[in-house]
Design a binder for this molecule. Structure first.
Ligand SMILES: [Zn+2]
Length: 369
């Protein structure tokens, strides 16, 4: 089958012939899920994480890329026997459109993590694999084998183009799941820094969750205007009275120096949520001064909170709301079609200022009747 694979050893990304995951199930069964789903990919989104992997973010990576996507379940396979199963479980999933929860936990009973709760297990199980990021082929292929427990059925009211956003929306929603904001507090002031894809989704999710005062800092009026219900601050200038005034600041600028401004905006005892991961190859000269940051954090007793993946089922729920549909439609810069356009799609996603680029995987000839 065709797949977009990054080989870190060769520093090469290309469309290649890759083993069909249905041929040898044993290589895909590192999972606590009793069943696996063989899925046929319909449409995928290109994430900054994919672009970082191509730059060497995951050492030794040699897998199919892609963790944002929507697919159709072709078969349900028993994890232990590798046999396709029929019956009720199959009827529930086969031919249904699904999105796939990015974190795939394995051998659940092997550790203490379960005792720390479902969120810990989802995001931090030490032997987890992560779709198209850690130890597992992703969705930029004709087919992919995934734990059935990770499949979330997409309702008819959510299109393919929309469903692809369930993973980044879930990551945005993680801020709410972590109880880092309190929508019941009418006086709470929240700043979101960054008008890239994740910054836009975070600002939107906060408004949707009932936060009353969301102030969105960015560099592009066109992008800031996509999110309804926020105050907007354009450019690098610090508005009067903004310094040290926010209860919560979400740093999603995608740049390591965003953290300096974020700390300055935060009031004493406020919470700074970090969403930006940074390449390790950045020139140290351009990094913020740690002593200055630390002094502010210590003296003003500010809290730093890291934040990563959220529940994709909530991502799908959010996509059923017309307000989310309106936002994500504006965020799609282009949908390419077919593996022959795969490299062009990756190149486009890497252009400065690009928002979401997606790739549709057309049905094979044999599927058209
Ligand atoms: Zn992503």
């Amino acid at each position: 089958m065709k797949a977009i694979v990054y080989d870190d050893g060769k520093k090469d990304v290309s469309v290649v012939d890759w083993p069909h995951p249905g041929e040898d199930v044993s290589t895909h069964v590192d999972s606590s899920s009793e069943y696996q789903a063989l899925v046929k990919v319909r449409q995928i989104g290109i994430c900054n994480t994919d672009l970082e992997i191509i730059k060497g973010y995951v050492e030794g990576y040699r897998h199919v890329l892609g963790h944002e996507g929507v697919a159709e379940v072709e078969a349900v396979v028993h994890t232990e026997t590798g046999q396709r199963v029929a019956g009720e479980i199959s009827a529930r999933y086969v031919n249904k459109r699904v999105v796939v929860e990015i974190n795939c936990p394995c051998d659940k009973d092997g550790g203490e993590c379960g005792k720390r709760g479902a969120e810990f297990e989802r995001n931090h199980y030490p032997r987890r694999t992560v779709l198209g990021i850690i130890g597992r082929d992703g969705l930029m292929a004709e087919y992919c084998m995934v734990p059935l427990d990770n499949c979330i059925i997409v309702p008819d009211s959510v299109s393919d183009t929309e469903a692809v956003f369930s993973e980044p929306l879930a990551a945005a929603y993680r801020v709410v799941e972590q109880n880092a904001v309190n929508p019941d507090n009418d006086g709470e002031r929240i700043a979101v820094i960054g008008d890239g894809k994740l910054g836009l989704l975070i600002a939107h999710v906060l408004v949707m969750s009932g936060c009353k005062h969301v102030c969105h800092f960015g560099r592009h009026k066109r992008k800031l205007d996509m999110v309804v219900g926020t105050d907007k601050v354009l450019g690098d200038a610090m508005p009067n009275g903004a310094l040290g005034s926010f209860d919560v600041v979400v740093e999603a600028s995608g740049s390591p120096d965003g953290v300096q401004r974020a700390v300055e905006l935060l009031r004493p005892m406020g919470t700074l949520i970090l969403k930006t991961t940074c390449s390790l190859n950045i020139d140290p000269e351009s990094l913020p001064n740690w002593s200055r940051l630390a002094n502010d954090i210590v003296v003003n007793e500010k809290t730093l909170l890291g934040s990563r993946c959220g529940p994709q089922s909530v991502g799908i729920e959010l996509l059923e709301d017309p307000r989310t549909k309106a936002l994500v439609e504006k965020m799609v810069d282009h949908v390419y079609s077919g593996f022959e356009e795969g490299m062009r799609a990756l190149e486009h996603a890497g252009r400065k200022g690009a928002l979401k680029i997606q790739l549709k995987i057309p049905r094979g000839e044999e599927a058209i009747d």
